[in-house]
Design a binder for this molecule. Structure first.
Ligand code: SF4
Length: 158
C-alpha cells in the first residue's frame, strides 16, 4: 500500500487533534473529486514498518495529545489497502485503546463485502459514500455531499 500524505498533527479531518493518513488508490472516480492524484495505487510512497512505528509513536506522544487516527485517501476500504491497514488498526486498538479511528470511504456501508467488513470493529466513526457534486454543500460537517452518512459506531471515550 502506498500513501500520499501523513499529518502527525491535524485538526480538520475529524474531531479533536489527530494524526491523519491519506492512502493511495481509489476506484470511485467521483466527478469533482478534491484529489484525483489519489486515484492511482502507485501515487505517493510505500507505507512501510517505519511509517507504522511513527504513527504509533505519535499517538502515544503525551506532549501533544491526539484523540486518534484518521484514515482518508484515496479509499482506505479499497480491498487493495485493507491488507496493510488491518494490522495497523488492530495494533492501534491494542496499544492505544483510548484512541479513536475515523475513516472516510467512497463505499456505502451496506456495499462492503466480508473482506472489507473486517475493518469495521476497529473504526469508531465511518463517513461513507461517494462524493456527488449535485449534492455538495459546504455547510455539511465532515461530509462533502448530503448523500454521505456519518456512522458513529462507538461512544467517544474521551
Ligand atoms: S471516493 Fe473520495 S477520493 Fe475517491 S473519487 Fe470519490 S471523492 Fe475522490
Amino acid at each position: 500500500m502506498n500513501y500520499l500524505q501523513y499529518y502527525p498533527v491535524d485538526i480538520v479531518n475529524g474531531e479533536g487533534t489527530r494524526c491523519t493518513l491519506f492512502v493511495s488508490g481509489c476506484t470511485h472516480a467521483c466527478r469533482g473529486c478534491y484529489n484525483q492524484k489519489s486515484w492511482s495505487f502507485s501515487s505517493g510512497v510505500l507505507f512501510d514498518d517505519a511509517m507504522e512505528e511513527q504513527i504509533l509513536k505519535d499517538l502515544k506522544d503525551t506532549r501533544i495529545n491526539r484523540q486518534g487516527l484518521t484514515l482518508s485517501g484515496g479509499d482506505p476500504l479499497h480491498p487493495r489497502n485493507i491488507e496493510r491497514l488491518l494490522p495497523l488498526v488492530k495494533r492501534i486498538k491494542l496499544e492505544c485503546p483510548n484512541k479513536d479511528i475515523w475513516c472516510w470511504t467512497g463505499y456505502k456501508l451496506d456495499e462492503l463485502d466480508e473482506y472489507q467488513q473486517q475493518m469495521l470493529p476497529y473504526i469508531d466513526v465511518l463517513i461513507d459514500g461517494k462524493f456527488i457534486q449535485e449534492l455538495a454543500d459546504p455547510a455539511l460537517v465532515w461530509r462533502g455531499s448530503s448523500n454521505q452518512i456519518v456512522h458513529r459506531f462507538k461512544a467517544n471515550e474521551f
